[in-house]
Design a binder for this molecule. Structure first.
Ligand SMILES: [Zn+2]
Ligand SMILES: [Zn+2]
Length: 418
């Protein structure tokens, strides 16, 4: 019997990790600069949080959630995204009363039962930011600015920000009816999902990826004509702030995003480095979500992006993350050499030096080959002779230069540093 991994879920091996760390550290660094605080929330939540928060008719809820009963028969779901959980966390800890204005960020795995394809996995990893408690349009611009800063920090190019407003819940109701009237006569030329969406929520038709639906979608009316004066004013102000900050954007009047909680500003950042799978991150306002989940009226805005796509984009761009090199590879041989080697490795490690050494009792030749392969910066051969005299030769592998040194820790650290 052998085990294979679950379809659509992947292992990440050591040679891939440098790109992941680069991407994760970039998110943390921009969060630090912009003063966002990290939150961590469970991987499982009550199913209802997502069905109510994300929307009963969305693809995520109808087709993509990992939902299961626990041993007491309660329905649980592996989190398919982070925003609903952050909203739940905000309510669970009474932040609306204690500290209503919050700038939060998170990193972690999410789960969706989607058709696996390049850059889209069933366990995928997201980073996201959320700003809760402020409706001012300047916050929309600040959140979008975070997204730009992150991509610039990582050196990604070919970026385009797609921006739209879908208005408040009344505006969306108006827009839904306009779309229903527009799509109804063509129902027989749409995919089966879209015929269902036509009845449940015609907004979702605009997200359809089926070839057959694209010509119809391209001709559909945009959402901006349905905005009430207040939402139109908000959107105008968002654009003004983006202009002031020098952040480029393209208005995409049919951008609606796939989840029901979105209101007003929605956006996506796309990269030409990714080809067809081009969305790096997406987000928007969700001014009704907290209230929908039983809290007081609390505006919110945020975005989430996938690490898989970010890593892919970095690799496509030929980005080379710094490889961490071993400071010293010790080559001990002989009884005394091996004893001294293990003790020396321990002392150096305590002082912050990265040290590895052979633990399989291999021949001197095999050990030296290993030192070359692991790309260590220095090698020190430690035989009985060196152990007795307390002196040895440290070889710098890049130059081949050998330096004689005392095996005293301070002396060695000086040699390794130089
Ligand atoms: Zn409105
Ligand atoms: Zn369709």
């Amino acid at each position: 019997m052998s085990y294979d991994r679950v379809r659509g879920m992947y292992d990440i091996l050591p040679d891939e990790i440098p790109w992941w760390r680069l991407a994760e550290e970039a998110v943390r660094e921009i969060a630090r600069r912009c003063h966002y605080h990290e939150v961590r929330f469970p991987v499982v939540e009550p199913t209802e949080l997502f069905s109510r928060g994300i929307g009963e008719s969305t693809d995520v809820v109808t087709k993509e959630m990992y939902t299961f009963p626990d041993r007491k028969g309660r329905s649980l779901t592996l989190r398919p995204e982070g925003t609903a959980s952050v909203a739940r966390l905000y309510l669970t800890h009474g932040l609306a009363a204690k500290a209503p204005f919050q700038k939060l960020f998170y990193l972690g795995p999410m789960f969706r039962y989607e058709k696996p394809q390049k850059g889209r996995n069933r366990q995928f990893h997201q980073y996201g930011i959320e700003v809760l408690g402020v409706l001012d349009p300047v916050v929309d611009a600040e959140v979008i600015g975070f997204a730009w800063s992150l991509m610039e920090h990582l050196g990604l190019g070919g970026l385009r920000l797609r921006l739209n407003s879908i208005g408040c819940s009344e505006d969306r109701a108006t827009y839904r009816e306009i779309l229903r009237e527009f799509f109804a006569p063509s129902a027989d030329r749409m995919c089966a999902d879209c015929r269902r969406r036509l009845l449940e929520n015609p907004l979702r038709i605009l997200d359809c990826k089926e070839e057959i639906c694209q010509p119809l979608i391209a001709g559909a009316p945009g959402s901006m004509d349905s905005l009430c004066p207040e939402c139109a004013g908000h959107f105008a102000a968002v654009r003004q702030w983006l202009d002031r900050l020098g952040l480029r954007y393209d208005i995409d009047p049919r951008l609606v995003r796939g989840l029901d909680y979105y209101t007003r500003t929605v956006f996506e950042l796309v990269s030409s480095d990714l080809g067809a799978q081009d969305t790096l991150l997406g987000g928007g306002r969700y001014d009704d979500l907290i209230e929908m989940l039983g809290g007081p009226p609390t505006p919110g805005i945020g975005f989430a992006g996938g690490f898989e796509r970010l890593v892919l984009a970095l690799q496509e761009r030929g980005c080379k993350p710094p490889i961490e090199r071993l400071d010293l590879y010790l080559v001990p041989f002989g009884d005394e050499g091996r004893r001294a080697g293990l003790a020396l490795a321990g002392t150096l490690r305590k002082r912050g030096v990265s040290v590895d050494l052979d633990v399989r009792g291999r021949s001197l030749r095999k050990q030296l080959e290993a030192a070359n392969e692991m790309n260590a910066r220095h090698v020190l051969v430690l035989g009985d002779e060196e152990a007795r005299t307390g002196r040895g030769k440290v070889k710098e592998m890049d130059t081949g230069v050998e330096r004689e040194s005392s095996l005293d820790v301070d002396a060695l650290i000086t040699v390794l540093g130089g």
